[in-house]
Design a protein around this ligand. Structure first.
Ligand code: 5GP
Length: 131
């Protein structure tokens, strides 16, 4: 079972920002920017491009919805999109509020926020998605 399946199952906590029957979005635990979100299919498949077409398309549409709320919630020029997948073998899309190309540099030191800040960011994104 991947760490992300444990989040889906509620076995480990996460700052969840959006959820459907099939998909989940939550804050990355080691973010590159405030509001760095991971979007996953609940179905445990390692490689994004191994998803069946319906799940892949659904995930991309879910990512689009989450990105729209994210952009309203977090001041930034755009939401950057990245797929890495070298650490967690459970397909996921990174959505990262960005102002400069260097904001998408995964070799950069990660940021750290307090639980209160992460909770506040989560609420802002959820509020933006409710509108
Ligand atoms: P990748 O597989 O795309 O190389 O990296 C996996 C991403 O998942 C990393 O950005 C890492 O910070 C994040 N991550 C790893 N474990 C956890 C976790 O337990 N909870 C959360 N929210 N994010 C995690």
């Amino acid at each position: 079972m991947t760490i992300f399946s444990k989040i889906v199952a509620g076995e480990i906590p996460a700052y969840k920002v959006a959820e459907t029957v099939e998909f989940l979005a939550f804050l990355d635990i080691n973010p590159l920017a405030e509001g760095h979100v991971l979007v996953i299919p609940k179905k445990e498949i390692d490689y994004l491009f191994d998803l069946d077409d319906e799940t892949y398309a659904g995930l991309q549409i879910f990512a689009k919805i989450v990105a729209t709320g994210l952009r309203k919630a977090i001041p930034c020029k755009r939401i950057g999109v990245a797929v890495i997948g070298l650490e967690v073998p459970h397909a996921h899309i990174h959505l990262i509020p960005m102002n400069n190309v260097s904001d998408l540099n995964f070799s950069r030191p990660k940021l750290s926020f307090t639980p209160e800040q992460l909770e506040a960011t989560t609420e802002r994104i959820k509020d933006a998605l409710r509108i």
